[in-house]
Design a protein around this ligand. Structure first.
Ligand code: VGL
Ligand code: ZN
Length: 212
């Protein structure tokens, strides 16, 4: 399909948050619908193929301290998925997930060859859906890595379409990368927010592969 026509030169692949806690396969605490063995296999195979074709691959990893502000358990009186305001921003109350050093935080696709992993959400005071920076504006090393590797185009997929994939795509576009979203390798938390995420990514200039 179209994906094969993309030149490996200057094109990076960003695999967003393929972690145990986000999957049904691993009975994760924040399992995204449709993240069964078949889905993880497809991500595994595609990612390995991209590497074999010579693309640079970057993994993002949600990596929260146990006292992270996005966990409903750290905000007394709140329930999972409730939206509250923190620091003037809406914040979804998530079940505890991807706690640093726990099995739930593991990236569950394995590739041979070199791929870089960028951790995010490491500051307990700020959430970070984007692989580039957290809600407080603190940058990760992702943009520096991509520039060091002379990347201009990005192929992005993973979890979840409506949160971390969307935020990473929008920040990529802001940083003037050309972006293709491999939608068949993405799954969303809810149908409504996934639909609007796709519209928003498109409206901001992303090419959506595998869209109807
Ligand atoms: C994510 C909710 C909370 C994601 C991360 O990877 O999309 N969603 N933390
Ligand atoms: Zn998180």
């Amino acid at each position: 399909m179209e994906r094969q026509s993309v030149s490996t030169e200057n094109t990076g692949v960003i695999v967003v948050d393929i972690q145990a806690d986000f999957t049904e396969l691993k009975s994760g605490s924040l399992a995204v619908p449709g993240t069964d063995a078949q889905y993880i296999d497809a991500v595994q195979r595609s990612t390995q193929q991209f590497l074999q074709q010579g693309f640079c691959v970057y993994f993002t990893q949600d990596w929260h301290p146990a006292d992270h502000m996005s966990f409903y358990t750290n905000n007394p009186g709140t329930e999972p998925l409730q939206v509250i305001e923190i620091g003037g921003r809406p914040q979804v109350m998530w079940p505890p997930h991807c706690v640093q050093g726990t099995p739930g935080a593991d990236i569950i696709v394995t590739v041979d060859a070199s791929a870089k992993t960028v951790r995010k959400g490491t500051n307990s005071r700020f959430d970070s859906y984007s692989g580039f920076a957290d809600d407080g504006g603190h940058k990760t090393e992702l943009d520096n890595l991509l520039r060091r590797d002379s990347m201009q185009k990005l192929i992005i997929y993973g979890l979840a379409t409506d949160y971390c994939v969307k935020a990473t795509v929008l920040d990529s576009l802001k940083s003037e990368y050309e972006v293709e979203v491999a939608l068949d390798l993405c799954r969303g938390v809810s149908p409504e927010t996934t639909e609007s995420a796709i519209r928003e990514m498109k409206a901001n200039g992303a090419t959506i592969l595998g869209d109807q």
